[in-house]
Write a protein of this length. Structure first.
Ligand code: SF4
Length: 365
């Protein structure tokens, strides 16, 4: 069955319009899903949706297709969900509590073809893209979990940083952004949404042209091509100069701030020498210096990549200081859920090692 959550508001209106129903009835159905958060079609009717409309939708769609497989809750309030898709594949979604609100990190693909060498998820090639409905439902399932807790909490922020490269699933990503931002639905403001890419340069330009004012984060992870190619093989196709050109284009078009993600790997990319190179790279592009924030991410070791270790605290501090002294805006990412499977994809990868969940088919980059 296809998920009703995959419709944009305009898509739902068009689908019902073709079947003789007015815009007003489509809006009622939309609001029942996202405002009243009905869980079935009987609930939709009870919420005031015209019975013929609810029944018509029920014939072709399901309200949600994800099944909760596992849930892990951390003492710091982080909650990791493992959902089973209709085809048996498992995906991971994370709820994080911050001072500024509640954010959800969503997955966009089953597996990932980018193959970052530090990433547990990247070991399994992409078997398919998630639909817009499967991405949007991750938000809804977390929201329904919060609704059940009865404290009136709302998902306020979204980070598209889970498993997968969102720009490799661009059309579904854009529909997902339209769904969660719609003012008569979840109404999550674009400035509360961050999309993270490994650096697909053409898509960075498309995103700039799209006019969607969501935040952009780009995974840099190294200050030179030799090192970045070792850490991220995608650098062969999109080397640093090309990547920075596309970021310049994005900054020129949008005038928005951007985040450069930098995962700190002990004795690989965390020395003062690399910090200095990174500072020079940022300083070489005036717009980047003005609008970029470097987000340092201390590495969470995973069993699959024993060659990498977490940086010592003095290395993290030293790296930070070099950037700061060079006038580069810098922050260190706070850790969430350290007592559960903290690294991205770790919970899913553990389940797959244990023989659960479908193994994705092999695919090339
Ligand atoms: S870090 Fe992200 S882009 Fe890189 S392999 Fe993992 S899921 Fe893919």
């Amino acid at each position: 069955m296809t998920s009703l959550y995959g419709f944009t508001q305009e898509g739902l209106e068009a689908w019902l319009g073709e079947r003789g129903h007015r815009k007003f009835h489509a809006m009622q159905a939309w609001e029942s899903l996202y405002r009243k958060r009905v869980r079935d079609f009987a609930g939709m009717e009870a919420a005031g949706v015209k019975p013929e409309v609810a029944r018509l939708l029920e014939e072709s769609y399901a309200i949600g297709t994800l099944e909760e497989h596992t849930r892990q809750e951390s003492v710091d309030g982080t909650v990791k969900f493992l959902f089973r898709l209709q085809d048996g594949n498992l995906i991971e979604t994370v709820l994080m509590k911050h001072k500024f609100g509640l954010s959800v990190c969503v997955t966009t693909q089953v597996g990932c073809n980018i193959g970052c060498s530090f990433c547990a998820s990247g070991l399994l090639a992409k078997s398919r893209d998630l639909t817009a409905g499967e991405i949007a439902e991750q938000i809804m399932r977390v929201q329904l979990f919060l609704d059940d807790a009865g404290q009136g909490q709302r998902v306020s922020h979204i980070v598209v940083m889970g498993i997968g490269e969102p720009f490799d699933n661009y059309a579904h990503l854009m529909d997902f952004l339209a769904i969660v931002q719609h003012p008569k639905g979840l109404a999550i403001g674009p400035r509360h949404i961050t999309v993270s890419t490994s650096g697909l340069t053409a898509k960075i330009r498309d995103f700039a042209d799209s006019g969607v004012p969501a935040n952009l984060a780009v995974s840099l992870h190294a200050p030179n091509d030799e090192l970045r190619t070792r850490i991220m093989k995608i650098n062969k196709a999109y080397p640093i100069a090309k990547l920075l050109d596309s970021i310049d284009y994005y900054l020129e078009r949008t005038r928005r701030r951007i985040t450069l993600e930098y995962i700190l790997l002990a004795d690989v990319n965390d020395r003062r020498e690399e910090a200095q190179q990174l500072a020079e790279l940022v300083r070489s592009r005036p717009q980047l210096l003005k609008l970029a924030n470097v987000n340092l991410i201390p590495y969470n070791p995973v069993d699959e990549h024993s060659q990498y270790r977490r940086s010592a605290q003095d290395a993290i501090d030293g790296f930070y200081d070099v950037l700061k002294k060079n006038g580069v805006s810098v922050s260190v990412r706070l850790e969430h859920g350290a007592d559960i499977d903290a690294a991205c994809g770790q919970l899913r990868s553990k389940q797959l090692r244990g023989g659960e969940g479908k193994e994705p088919a092999a695919a090339g980059v």
